[in-house]
Design a protein around this ligand. Structure first.
Ligand code: ZN
Length: 297
């Protein structure tokens, strides 16, 4: 009789789960039917208890509680989401970026902002914007490889996913980290023309330094209603540069967008909050303020 072992699901395909244990051993597993009854779908990233059989295959017998889970792509227990932004060509849409950052905050996933194409334009302003807002920022050049070791350090010991819109140089970064990414991610973009429900193969790749890394599609198509369901009262808490001032705001039910004497607006006037971040907050606030709780997904 074999003993149960604990490992992480790093790949799921065709009804099989590939589970990597802390000893670095990989098992091909089937999931027990009981998950269907309990309405649990094992996800890539899940910590699972497995029972190795005599034939080399194993069975997933338990899924341990999740810290978080993303919908698209389906991933569990992410420590970190790497947002790849290029300074130019294309320049980032800050509203889209700030929306994604707020959703990550709500999900308790730590963002890491990685800025590319520093060989084409000065990244200083973009880097300063997000550093000042409280996020870790790295500048990595996909062409020269400058900054790649700092990125590797930041991935070490963590489960991370990479997200970035097409053209930002995410593929070159992943290639620098591990050329196997090129094989795994190449050619899949052709499929995306079939609409947003196209499922995509998700996999966590082990990298040196005990890092696990997944590639994900761009984040521009996400909206607040479909992920996280952030209500208007919790939006400011999802902006880490605004959050400290909301506690000092003397108004009850303040929107922090236009009220005279609002502590957030005073901090904005003093230059302690970047106006671009507050503009994103205001646009998102206006977007979510009319959404009823029961309309949120
Ligand atoms: Zn206020």
């Amino acid at each position: 009789m074999n003993d149960r072992q604990t490992g992480r699901i790093i790949k799921a395909t065709g009804g099989f789960y590939y589970v990597r244990t802390s000893h670095g051993r990989a098992f091909t597993c089937r999931a027990k039917g009981l998950f269907r009854n309990r309405n649990i779908t094992p996800l890539v990233g899940d910590l699972a208890e497995i029972l190795p059989g005599l034939d080399g295959e194993a069975t997933v017998v338990e899924i341990l509680p999740r810290r978080n889970a993303t919908v698209r792509p389906p991933l569990a227990n992410l420590d970190q989401m790497v947002l790849v932004l290029s300074v130019v060509d294309p320049a980032p849409n800050l509203l889209v970026v700030d929306r994604f950052l707020a959703l990550l905050e709500k999900q308790d996933i730590q963002p890491l902002v990685v800025i590319t194409k520093s060989d084409l334009a000065d990244p200083a302003d973009l880097a300063k914007l997000y550093k000042k807002a409280g996020f870790p920022v790295l500048i990595v050049c996909g062409e020269t490889g400058n900054g790649i070791s700092a990125l590797m350090d930041a991935l070490s010991g963590k489960v991370s996913a990479f997200s970035g819109n097409s053209g930002v140089g995410k593929s070159s970064l992943l290639n620098l980290l591990d050329p196997r990414f090129a094989v795994a991610t190449g050619g899949t973009s052709k499929k995306l023309g079939r609409g947003k429900h196209t499922t995509r193969h998700v996999e966590l790749f082990p990298l040196p330094g005990d890092a696990l890394v997944a590639d994900t599609p761009g984040f521009s198509s996400m909206s607040i209603t479909e992920m996280g369901g952030i209500g208007k009262d919790e939006l400011a808490a999802c902006f880490r540069d605004l959050a400290p001032y909301t506690e000092k705001c003397r108004f009850v039910n303040c929107s922090h967008t236009c009220e005279k004497g609002c502590a957030v607006l005073e901090a904005l006037a003093r230059g302690e909050i970047d106006p671009r971040r507050h503009q994103s907050y205001t646009l998102l606030y206006n977007e979510v303020k009319d959404i009823k709780p029961w309309e949120q997904k």
